[in-house]
Design a protein around this ligand. Structure first.
Ligand code: S3P
Length: 174
C-alpha cells in the first residue's frame, strides 16, 4: 500500500488534467476533490458558494481531505484553496506526498478567464494583477509542498514524466 500523491497549486495550473494522466500512468485511482464535493452535495462549486457561502465549501473540503487521508494509492487533485487551512495540509500529508504545480500569472490568467464562471472567487473583470496578488498571498502556503513542478509552456506529458521521476528519485514513494 502506497502513500497518496496530492496535487496542489493555484487555479488553472493543470491539477485535474495532470492528475488524470499521472493516475493513468501509475494505474492508480484518480480523485478530483472538487468533483467529489459536487457529487456529494448535488451542487456545482459555484452553486455551493452562492447558496451557502465559502465557509460551507471549505468545511466540505476538509471533510473530503479526511476521506482522502483515510485511503491509499490515490492520485488526488485538490482545489486551489486547500492550502488555506493548515488542518487540511496536515491530513493530506499524513498519508501523502504533496506536489505543487506552478505556472506564470499570465498563463494562469489566460487559462482561468475562459472558465471564470466555474470559479466563484474570481471576479468579473479579472486582471493579471488580481492573479499576482492572490498568488503572493498564498505563496508561502503553496511552498509547503515537497515537490514543486513548473508547468508553463510545457506539455502535459513532460509534466507527468517530471512528477513521476521526482517521486521515484527524490522521495522513493513509487
Ligand atoms: C478555489 C479553487 C477552485 C475551487 C474553488 C476555490 C481556490 O479549484 O476549489 O473555486 O480557493 O483557489 P481549482 O483550483 O480546481 O480551480
Amino acid at each position: 500500500m502506497g502513500k497518496n500523491i496530492i496535487l496542489t497549486g493555484f487555479m488553472g495550473t493543470g491539477k485535474s488534467s495532470v492528475g488524470t494522466k499521472v493516475a493513468e500512468r501509475l494505474n492508480r485511482q484518480f480523485v478530483d476533490m472538487d468533483r467529489e464535493i459536487e457529487k456529494l452535495t448535488g451542487m456545482t462549486i459555484s452553486e455551493l458558494f452562492r447558496r451557502f457561502g465559502e465557509v460551507r465549501f471549505r468545511s466540505e473540503e476538509t471533510l473530503m481531505a479526511k476521506k482522502v487521508a483515510a485511503q491509499n494509492d490515490l492520485v488526488v487533485a485538490t482545489g486551489g484553496g486547500i492550502i488555506l487551512d493548515q488542518k487540511n495540509m496536515e491530513l493530506l500529508r499524513s498519508n501523502g506526498t504533496i506536489v505543487c504545480l506552478v505556472a506564470d500569472p499570465e498563463e494562469i490568467f489566460q487559462r482561468v478567464r475562459r472558465k471564470r464562471g466555474t470559479r466563484p472567487l474570481l471576479k468579473k473583470n479579472l486582471t493579471v494583477d488580481d492573479i499576482i496578488a492572490m498568488l503572493e498571498e498564498r505563496q508561502p502556503l503553496y511552498d509547503q509542498a515537497e515537490i514543486k513542478i513548473h508547468t508553463s509552456g510545457r506539455n502535459i506529458d513532460s509534466v507527468v514524466d517530471d512528477i513521476i521521476n521526482r517521486l521515484r528519485q527524490e522521495h522513493g514513494v513509487l
